[in-house]
Design a binder for this molecule. Structure first.
Ligand SMILES: CCCc1ccc(-c2ccc(S(=O)(=O)CCO)cc2)cc1[C@H]1C[C@H]1c1ccccn1
Length: 240
């Protein structure tokens, strides 16, 4: 993979996004506006527009019992599960396998009225990162999705408006070992998830419309995804 033309960008953006996700976990104060809260899931956004287009950075923090960060990232990254948890995706295609842990996707989203239909072309990279702050602490798993321009698939050439996204799913696993020396079971696992996204919708849409779509869709999306992972993992051996 390291020989691939995109590798320098993939490596740089992945590390940048990981630090951004970790930093945003710490700055609980500041400019983030809590816009959705359901149980352990808290969703924040910053209202930002570029040329009148909404590109509100989003950050979600969630705590999920019974799964590891490796499992959460695997179900998020692996295309074979995508359509089972992504309710707003019409088709997802792997355009290129850059490496075992790095794929290039074309994704067509369902039209969300009244916005026009969108598609996205992005690389997706999954990586285990040792927690440099706490050597013997739990590992961190990340998946980063980042849009790329590819000449073969020019933006806005077909029916869809091309959206541009940078997404980071960062997971930290905490294991509470049973005191009686029994082996670790799923209820000893806690996974702390930080999901960050910045999406440029590509074509103009009324800010109020986009913000309403995000407000409705993002909480649904993260809840549906995490419930799917819990459901898929519960009777399977733990993937640490
Ligand atoms: C007008 C365009 C709005 C819009 C922008 C962005 C996205 C979107 C794309 C990718 C990812 S992901 O995390 O990389 C998972 C891989 O699929 C999440 C969100 C979806 C919509 C549309 C479909 C709506 C939506 C918004 C938020 C969450 C889920 N779906």
């Amino acid at each position: 993979a390291s020989a691939h033309r995109l590798w320098p960008e993939i490596d740089r953006v992945t590390m940048e996004q990981m630090h951004y996700a970790r930093m945003s976990v710490e700055d609980s104060g500041g400019v983030w506006q809590l816009f959705a809260e359901e149980g352990e899931m808290k969703m924040y956004r910053r209202e930002e527009e570029v040329n009148g287009m909404v590109i509100d950075p989003l950050r979600a923090c969630h705590v999920v019992k019974g799964v590891t960060g490796h499992e959460v990232c695997e179900y998020f990254f692996n295309p074979q599960y995508r359509l089972e948890w992504e309710a707003t995706v019409e088709t997802t295609t792997v355009l290129e396998k850059i490496a075992d842990d790095t794929l290039l996707f074309l994704q067509v989203h369902k039209r969300i009225w009244p916005a026009s239909q969108r598609d996205a072309v992005f690389w997706s990279h999954m990586r285990r990162v040792p927690d440099d702050k706490d050597q013997d602490g739990p590992d961190i798993w990340v998946v980063v999705n980042n849009s790329v321009d590819i000449p073969d698939l020019p933006a806005n050439s077909g029916k869809c408006v091309r959206l541009f996204l940078t997404v980071c799913l960062m997971c930290q696993t905490f294991i509470d070992p049973p005191t009686n020396g029994a082996k670790v079971s799923r209820n000893d696992l806690t996974c702390k998830i930080t999901y960050c996204s910045v999406v440029n919708p590509g074509g103009w849409a009324p800010p109020s419309v986009l913000r309403a779509v995000y407000k409705r869709e993002y909480p649904k999306f993260l809840k549906r995804f995490t419930n799917y992972v819990i459901d898929q993992c519960q009777d399977k051996p733990i993937l640490f």
